[in-house]
Design a protein. Structure first.
Length: 341
């Protein structure tokens, strides 16, 4: 469930004095977007009842939002028990309780960080995220931050970017024959995977979905023949492109294996050891780069005529797919008019 999201984090304490335990702690979770919490106007789909509002629609992107004037007032809500308190002040949730150790505090923070946003998403129209976590241990301030991170950049020049842009235009003509639709699909899956990684709010938020798309790149480029074994088909196709066995097994086949076995294409509630997660995160951290190189090789080899792709042939929808769509249509037709859309 959280296989690709759990990353090493640390409690960074301010000051020179180490806190003593047991201690009274306050954990503050800072949520975003602000609008559903009444802490600001930053777009979204939450409007104040019985207030004038302006709706905005971007005909280019299809995105829409609404702003009430006046907006919601900042949330001011508290849940109390004998041992702990939860209180919302706008977009900040404060949780107060007694903690026995730093380890217990770390576990508490992880629970709030990973569980509260989904719980609020079941209530709010705008799915919230937690931008940061801080608080106090007795009187000692702390921040909960990533213990390590990886940054990847592409160092280039204007001339190199111009060459890449023109290459993309030239490849447009390479892809024009309808039978090369497989390559168009592979490029689409790569684009979706890269976009998912750019819009995530924390490391690994959408990595499972990105891995699914990397696996689709291989499945669509190298369809199985005869045996129906997709990984063997991918191995053979990658070999024809000039990739050696080490690179194939290290860079590409794991995407298909992870898609089938570890929390991507199927539900997985397993608890992995930290050393296992390090290996998984190390692989997915390289995936975008190696799959981009793969598509660059495919396009170049198609352009110079040294590689052929399994032709795509148009087939009519299977009868069972048509029946499924018709059942869905009939179900949707039972909706009341105000929900029909």
């Amino acid at each position: 469930m959280l296989t690709y999201r759990i990353r090493p984090r640390v409690l960074r304490l301010e000051g020179d004095k180490a806190p003593s335990f047991p201690a009274r702690v306050t954990v503050r979770c800072h949520f975003s977007p602000l609008q559903p919490f009444g802490s600001g106007i930053d777009g979204g789909r939450t409007a104040r009842r019985s207030s004038p509002a302006s709706a905005y629609f971007d005909a280019n992107t299809g995105q829409h939002s609404i702003v009430s004037r006046p907006p919601l007032e900042p949330l001011d809500a508290t849940w109390d028990s004998d041992s702990q308190r939860f209180s919302f002040c706008g977009a900040v949730l404060s949780h107060e309780r007694e903690i026995a150790s730093l380890e217990e505090l770390s576990g508490l923070i992880e629970s709030l960080y990973f569980v509260l946003p989904p719980l609020l998403s079941a209530q709010f129209a705008d799915p919230p995220i937690i931008r940061r976590v801080d608080g106090t241990i007795n009187d000692t301030p702390f921040r909960w931050e990533l213990a390590e991170w990886r940054m990847a950049f592409d160092v280039t020049t204007t001339e190199e970017q111009e060459r890449r842009a023109i290459d993309a235009i030239e490849h447009l003509f390479v892809l024009m024959p309808p039978e090369r639709r497989r390559v168009v699909a592979a490029l689409h899956y790569l684009h979706v995977a890269a976009r998912l990684e750019r819009v995530e709010s924390s490391p690994g938020e959408f990595l499972a979905e990105a891995l699914l798309n990397y696996s689709k790149v291989l499945e669509v480029l190298f369809p199985p023949q005869g045996s129906g074994l997709t990984r063997d088909a991918a191995r053979a196709g990658l070999g024809r492109l000039g990739f050696d066995e080490i690179a194939i097994e290290r860079d590409f086949i794991p995407a298909m294996a992870l898609r089938n076995e570890i929390d991507v294409g199927h539900v997985d509630l397993s608890l992995f050891k930290a050393e296992h997660l390090v290996v998984l995160h190390r692989y997915v951290g390289r995936a975008e780069h190696v799959f981009r190189k793969l598509l660059q090789v495919v396009l170049a080899r198609l352009a110079d005529g040294t590689f052929t792709i399994e032709p795509w042939e148009h087939e009519p929808l299977k009868p069972k797919v048509v029946r499924m769509i018709e059942r869905l249509r009939a179900s949707l037709d039972t909706l009341p008019a105000e929900e029909a859309g």
